[in-house]
Design a binder for this molecule. Structure first.
Ligand SMILES: Cc1cc2nc3c(=O)[nH]c(=O)nc-3n(C[C@H](O)[C@H](O)[C@H](O)COP(=O)(O)OP(=O)(O)OC[C@H]3O[C@@H](n4cnc5c(N)ncnc54)[C@H](O)[C@@H]3O)c2cc1C
Length: 432
């Protein structure tokens, strides 16, 4: 089985500042439940919460603990839009029925998450102030205008912001125009993961940390998920391992390309440095192939992210480039110390869509948010719970697709470094 090493040393800002730190006990017995959930990120935790609310017993197993994967390390931007695919392309990929369902679901995904946070009173600094996606070139702006038109037909409510107004809202003159999506926002992601975990446990779910599932096998009508010190026997298994996916389900890891986004955060900064940056509390990202994403925290810290590079040592590189880019975008940040630096893994799919699989009766897999999973993983978790609670597979917002290995994946993995270098170079030429 493919294992992975912890990568956030020192810990992420989120792990360092989230309340309710709690290590969940290792699984040390052979037990039974209705559902086993592998992965305690947003996807698995949302499934656990919905099932436990319905009186279905759920055991969550994680190799690390709650929020150990991308969910506790993420940029925490709640963006109600599938990445990469325009509505036109989505319709081609999905056909009319799933196009309509997935468009509606993804555009509603931020509202769905904020409403969940509200109903469970989860203390995670949730704010829905809007998301600015700034354009790095004329070509990107004309593509953005087209996508605004297309998405707005479906109720996205996006607005093009230009010139002085953009400079004021973003706090940077590095970009001339952008799109504002009012439903976007931000959360403290580790607080969110812990809050959902707590709500699920209060309703009867059990969570075990330090409990990597090393084998999954059928025993009569049941599935048995084995860890080094115990096992869970259940009718259903939900695999919610996203960018950390190994080989528990045959070929599953070959349906995704793992990437390693990184982030860094400052300590609280004085007003004269930070007041002009994102004054209305928007989150921001840009249109480059290798994007930047950033946010200002309620306590005046800055968080800035991009794409990193896993080193052979298990450490993650790319922070020097990230600091230079942060100073290019926000010259106000020249010379500040970036106290926290961390990264995590996301899963790209070939069609850039989240995938829902049911490879065998009783096994559900939900993954592949293509780096935009804060809102959509929550939707996927809810949808997988609904399937277990009796919804027909063909009535869900996501099509249930067969497990399909990415063609030429080894070559794509091998060429990833060069492709990223090339994309960065093209971005540089277009941004000069
Ligand atoms: C640095 C970074 C920045 C990001 N920024 C954003 C953003 O701003 N907005 C956005 O929408 N998305 C963002 N994303 C993506 C988003 O965070 C993810 O799509 C989302 O968190 C995925 O949640 P998940 O629960 O599916 O997976 P994860 O949170 O990755 O959880 C998977 C879990 O599975 C566990 N696991 C794996 N194998 C096993 C096993 N065999 N047994 C037991 N447990 C196992 C892991 O320990 C892990 O905890 C970012 C991701 C990263 C890494």
């Amino acid at each position: 089985m493919q294992m992975f090493a912890p990568v956030d040393k020192p810990p992420s800002l989120w792990a360092a500042t989230a309340p309710e730190a709690k290590l969940h006990p290792r699984l040390e017995a052979d037990i039974e439940a209705d559902v086993t959930i592998i992965g305690a990120g947003f996807t698995g935790l949302r499934t656990a919460l919905k099932l436990s609310e319905a009186g279905v017993s759920a055991i969550v197993l994680d190799a690390g603990d709650v929020g150990y994967g991308a969910s506790g390390r993420t940029g925490g931007q709640v963006n109600p839009m599938l990445p990469f695919n325009t509505p036109e392309r989505l319709r081609k990929l999905l056909g009319q029925t799933y196009f309509e369902r997935l468009t509606e679901t993804s555009l509603g995904s931020a509202d769905e998450l904020f409403s969940l946070i509200n109903s469970y009173q989860i203390d995670c600094q949730a704010r829905q102030n809007g998301w600015l996606r700034v354009c790095h070139s004329k070509r990107a702006l004309s593509a953005a205008r087209k996508s605004v038109e297309e998405w707005n037909i479906h109720g996205a409510g996006m607005v093009v912001v230009e010139g002085e107004e953009l400079h004021r809202l973003a706090g940077t003159k590095a970009y001339g125009a952008g799109i504002m999506t009012p439903k976007g926002g931000a959360v403290q992601p580790m607080s969110l993961a812990r809050g959902v975990a707590k709500a699920a446990v209060q309703r009867g779910a059990a969570i075990h940390g330090n409990s990597a599932v090393i084998d999954l096998e059928k025993d009569g009508q049941k599935w048995v998920a084995k860890t080094a010190h115990g096992s869970v026997r259940s009718d259903w298994v939900v695999v919610a391992t996203n960018g950390y996916t190994g080989d528990l389900v045959p070929k599953l890891s070959r349906t995704i390309l793992p990437l390693t986004p990184i982030q860094m955060a400052t300590d609280p900064l004085p007003g004269d440095v930070i007041d002009s940056i994102l004054p209305a509390g928007h989150t921001i990202s840009d249109s480059r192939r290798i994007i930047m994403y950033s946010r200002k925290e309620p306590d005046n810290r800055m968080v800035y992210g991009g794409l990193g590079k896993p080193e052979r040592s298990g450490e993650i590189g790319g922070f020097d480039w990230l600091r230079k880019d942060a100073e290019r975008v926000f010259p106000q940040l020249k010379g500040v110390s970036w106290t926290y630096k961390w990264g995590g893994r996301v899963a790209l799919t070939d069609d850039h869509l989240p995938h829902l699989h049911e490879p065998q009766p009783g096994i559900l897999v939900g993954l592949g948010y293509n780096g935009r999973g804060v809102a959509m993983s929550n939707v996927m978790g809810r949808v997988m719970a609904e399937r277990i609670l009796g919804s027909q597979a063909d009535a869900l917002p996501f099509p249930t697709s067969p497990i399909k290995v990415i063609p030429f994946r080894p070559a794509k993995m091998q060429g990833l470094g060069t492709a990223i270098w090339l994309m960065r170079f093209l971005d540089y030429l277009e941004t000069r």
